[in-house]
Design a protein. Structure first.
Length: 119
């Protein structure tokens, strides 16, 4: 892989990871759900109340962050690999997007997290 192809991959991956993470987080599309207290990992997005009863959410809290991150990493990898094979003149805007898009994604993630802090 040449230096320019790796550069296109890196810029495309960072941009795509940030965008895909916001989409995955907004729609709750985790690749897997982790129940750390029980040491259980399930494919897809699961809620502990879906499995048993509403009291189960207190006993077995679920974690989706690992699944969100894995989903975003796969999406970023696919887009990064596609960008690595594109010609240089098609990817002139990637360096700018690699700075602007992640900052916008962080702002979007803060906005998506606000309901957790409301009473």
């Amino acid at each position: 892989m040449s230096v320019s192809a790796f550069r296109r991959f890196a810029f495309a991956y960072t941009t795509a990871f940030a965008l895909v993470y916001v989409v995955v987080r907004a729609h709750g599309l985790a690749l897997f759900t982790v129940y750390p207290a029980q040491g259980i990992v399930l494919w897809g997005t699961h809620r502990s109340r879906d499995v048993a009863d509403p009291a189960m959410a207190f006993l077995a809290p679920e974690m989706w962050w690992y699944g969100w991150t894995a989903s975003a990493a796969i999406g970023g990898l696919v887009i990064g690999l596609v960008a690595a094979f594109l010609p240089d003149h098609w990817c002139r805007f990637w360096p700018w997007c690699a700075w602007i898009v992640p900052v916008a994604a962080m702002i979007a993630c803060v906005y998506l997290t606000l309901p957790w802090f409301r009473l």
